[in-house]
Design a protein around this ligand. Structure first.
Ligand code: HEM
Length: 321
């Protein structure tokens, strides 16, 4: 019998499987964001009184698809997620078979994330527990990021040196993605109707720890509408503050790359461009009373920013300058 680890692995097939997984993961991010925010009434009229109605999903457990305006999207989500799971299983099995040429580390991680998302989706569809929604949003983003990183690895690059500020950029972006997912999981979209001012601001310092308690439950009224409070303002405001910190880091990063690492200038320009679009979209959404479609785009662009940053930092050896 031939030794499978010694055979040349079908690179084109592997690449194709990863590209289709990437497209499907993006579709899943789009569909899940759109369904979740749409069913909660994002951008509804009269805004914001009609937003953050969280009742129906709490009663539905298991595989049943609820009767809502988003039923078709929900069915699509279910089918695409199943095909994606199968696709990633094949990627993982291939990487194990050809483990001498492809490291199975990323494919196994991808498979574990898919498993985590399926269990989360079937077992706990509740929306009044932000931790569950956070897991869902971040799971989708992480999965897309892992597939993208796998695709970049197939292309085989040589290692280059880069400034430490880019490491800080990656860490702050991760924080910002978590902060955005937390802002969304807590339905804080209407808490700060203007860019620099929020509705509830009393006793901010006494409520900071409570606002970031991952085990917190949302406070709902008798019709299952979210009752906004100072925690909603803190969570939403912190998302905006981190966005500004990230802006500063990106500007310093761009300046450093321009001065000392011209070979990284093109991927750095891409990161800067996507960041500016994402920042502008965040501001637009707030000023335009949170339209559903542009908010869905805000999440997709966040994934785009993650891709651009992975593209910039993969294979960088960080130095002190
Ligand atoms: C520039 C970097 C930014 C990144 C990477 C980012 C990322 C994210 C992410 C991942 C979400 C969760 C999307 C979801 O699944 O629903 C989110 C939500 C949100 N972001 Fe950002 N964001 C950024 C900047 C901003 C800015 C500058 C603003 C406003 C000034 C903003 C306002 C919001 C709002 C209002 C939400 C939704 C809250 C809700 O769903 O109730 N973001 N962001």
């Amino acid at each position: 019998m031939p030794n499978p680890t010694a055979t040349e692995y079908p690179k084109k097939v592997f690449m194709l499987l990863n590209c289709s997984a990437l497209l499907m993961s993006l579709l899943i991010v789009f569909l899940s964001t759109h369904i979740r925010l749409g069913e909660a009434g994002l951008g509804c009229q009269p805004w914001p009184e009609c937003y953050a109605q969280l009742s129906f999903a709490d009663g539905i457990k298991g595989l049943q698809i609820p009767e809502t305006a988003f039923k078709t999207f929900r069915a699509m989500h279910r089918h695409v997620a199943s095909i994606l799971g199968l696709n990633i299983l094949i990627i993982m099995l291939m990487s194990i078979r050809y483990r001498k040429q492809i490291s199975p580390r990323l494919p196994v991680l991808m498979f574990l994330v898919v498993l985590f998302l399926s269990i989360l989706g079937i077992a706990t569809p509740t929306r009044s527990l932000p931790l569950v929604t956070l897991g869902n949003i971040l799971g989708g983003i992480v999965l897309a990021g892992l597939i993208w990183r796998q695709i970049i690895r197939i292309r085989e690059r040589t290692e280059v040196s880069g400034p430490r500020i880019l490491l800080l950029l990656s860490i702050t972006l991760t924080l910002q993605l978590i902060s955005g997912a937390w802002a969304s999981a807590n339905y804080t979209g209407s808490a700060c109707p203007q860019i620099f001012s929020c509705t509830y601001t009393e006793n901010i310092s006494a409520n900071i720890v409570k606002s970031f308690n991952v085990f917190r439950h949302l406070n709902l009224d008798e019709q299952s509408y979210l009752v906004l409070d100072v925690s909603s303002s803190i969570v939403q405001l912190s998302h905006r503050v981190i966005a500004v910190i990230l802006l500063l880091i990106i500007l310093v990063g761009l300046w450093t790359v321009k001065a000392r690492h011209p070979e990284l200038l093109k991927p750095m320009y891409i990161v800067t461009g996507v960041f500016i679009a994402e920042f502008a979209l965040g501001v637009f959404n707030v000023l335009a009373d949170m339209p559903l479609w542009t908010n869905t785009l805000h999440n997709l662009l966040a994934v785009g920013l993650l891709f651009a940053t992975i593209n910039l930092t993969t294979q960088i050896h960080f130095n002190k300058k």
